[in-house]
Structures are given as C-alpha cells and as structure tokens.
Design a protein around this ligand. Sequence first.
Ligand SMILES: Cc1ncc(COP(=O)(O)O)c(C=O)c1O
Length: 388
Amino acid sequence: MQSISAQRLPKQQIRIMFDRARELEQGGRKIIHLEIGRPDFDTPPHIVEAAVRALRDGKHHYSANAGILELRQAVANKYRNEYGMSYDPGSEIVITNGVAEGVFLAVNALLNPGDQVLIPDPRWVNYAPDAFTALTEPVSYTLVKEEGFQPDPEEIASLITPRTRMLLLASPSNPTGGVIGPEVFEQLARLAIERDLVVVSDEIYEKIIYPPALHICAASLEGLRERTIVLNGLSKFYSMTGWRLGFALGPQTLIDPILRYHQYMITSTTTFAQWGGVMALQGDQGPSLAMVEKFRKRRDYLADAVDRLPGFSCTKPSGAFYLFPSIAETGLSGKELSQLLLEEAGVATVAGEHFGRRGAGHIRISYTNSLENLKEAVEKIQAVTRTL
Ligand SMILES: Cc1ncc(COP(=O)(O)O)c(C=O)c1O
C-alpha cells in the first residue's frame, strides 16, 4: 500500500553509486570519493564541545517547536550583522531539521495540490520529489551554462501559468556551483513581484563562495522580504551535515504555516545539537574560513585539470564545492562514464542526469577530498578516458 504522492517518489540514485563504491572498497580496491556532497572536514571542536557541554548540563529535553530562543536569536543577529535585515526570532524564524526539511515544509505548508513550483534544472535532487509530496507540479527552468549556470528570467517568465505559485532559487547551486549575480537577481525579483510568486531561496552554500563572487540574500532585494522564505543551515560551512540543523526565515504570514507543519512532523530539532549551533554562529569562524580557502585552492587546481581531460570541458564555478563538466565529447552518457570511472579508475562521481534532464552530458565532481587525492584522481581518469 502506498499513497499517490509516495508512488511518485523515485529512489535516490546518488546512493547507488556510493553503495557500489563501498562494495569495491570492501573487496580491497582503493576508491577516491568525489561523489559525496559534504565537506571532508570534521565539525570544529569548539562546536562539538558546546553540544557535549549542553548534554552534560541537562539540555536534552524538548525545545520550543521553533527551536531554542538562543539559536533563533543567533540567526537573527547573523542576518542583521551580515545583511542589515531584521527578523523577529519570536515569529519569523524556525529551526528546521536541515534545509532538507525547510524545502519540504515550504512546498507542503504553502502550496495546494495542482499548484506549480518553478525549480532549477540541473538542481539538487530533493526539489522535484518535495514538490511531489505536496501533490504540486514541479516545472523546470534552465540554468544556462554559458551564463555561469544562472537562470534566464525571460525563460522563467515564459513558463509562468495561472497555476504558478512559487519560484525556488538556489545560489550557489548544487550541482553546478553557479552563483546568481545582482542583475539576474534583480530581474527575478521584479518578476516574482509582478507575477505574485512566493520565493523560496535555498542559501545553504551562502558562505562557500569565491571572490570576486558575492552572495546575495534573496530577501534583501527590494520588495522580496515579504514574499520570501530564506532557507539556510549549518551543514556545509560548519561541516555539520549530521547535526541536522537548518533555519527558515520569512514574514510571519509564511512562517506560521511552516511552523505548524514542523510542529506536527518533527516537534523540534535535537536540543543539544541546537546549542552546538549557537556556538557555530557565535564562536570562532576561523576553521570554517580556512576550510573554504582549501576548497578554493582545490577548485583552482581541479577545474583546469578537468578541462584538459580528453572529452571534458569544465568552467570554474564561483561557489559550492562541485564541478559540473560537460563530458559529451567522450561519446558516453553521464551514467556510462561515471560507471566506467568507478569500475576502471576507482574514482566515484555522479552522473549529471540525476540532477535533471539538462544535467545530461555532464558529471558532478565534488572536490571534498584532499589535493593529493584529486591529483591522483585526475591521473586515473586520464588513463581511462585516453582510451575512449
Ligand atoms: C542545494 C542544497 N540544499 C540543501 C541541502 C541539504 O542541506 P541540509 O543538510 O541542511 O539538509 C543540500 C545538500 O547537499 C544541497 O546541496
């Protein structure tokens, strides 16, 4: 027995690659993991200590549904200090179980069955399935490769119908690393206002961005705050993927239904983890900044090296920790090439088609691995692709 929405949920493909890589490792093969979307660093110790202290101090009971006030306050301070924006921790911020929950809540709490939600293509794998859970219809807009994988506002305008209610944006993007610049952002803001769309902005890679690119918080654009849910979290910049801490910010009219959904689904996120979250936002930012600097060095090396591989063409993205090279000239599909690279070169990547139709002809490479391993991976890929 399963619901109509469950029937529409596909099996997660990225896991299949990961599981095969593990199988090969258990058989004694060395595998270089470039398929995983998480930093290869541990959570900084001062954050871990804060959570351990919270546990010892008995901070292990339920928290308020919206999360401990101290963490909501820390989130509000962050947005005030970094963007000059004011959010009321009492009514405009919810601590979620990662951005993953935030996206799910945004579509389920704000939309009705049959509504359309505009989502990027290529995109993070959760957006379309999340739309299916709410019996809404995901409509894909293109991230234009020639424009650094930015959306094209004209194309988006042409996709809007009377049923379109929501525009989902993600910058920096997974899987492309693309960053939406100020001009495109302003056009998108005007469009959202003219066509009365709610904007959901996934900003999880906010701080994994490389100069001269600058992050723009969607709600900071003129006229957007009142119609925007900003989703952000601690998973990436603080390397806290397993802590499951995210936050949703928005006007009370949008946050209130999200909080009601969250209350029945999750109750509240893990209390002692939230205390670690307070330390993440208020404590030493040095380890996270050092991590981003390492990512930048790896990106600089790897984008050039991948671009030189036979059949590959790779631009240098401005954010996140992914490359999304075109591999069309190898003559193989993303799936065929990623399987070949895993089996023959011992390098795990992800086929571009897993991220949407427009991801075909690409693979995603995460540079969440040491520079030394990245160099070895390039040599191994070269040896395999040379023979194609
Ligand atoms: C674009 C994007 N949004 C959200 C997430 C999930 O974030 P969280 O760990 O906060 O649920 C990911 C994880 O890979 C992601 O790439």
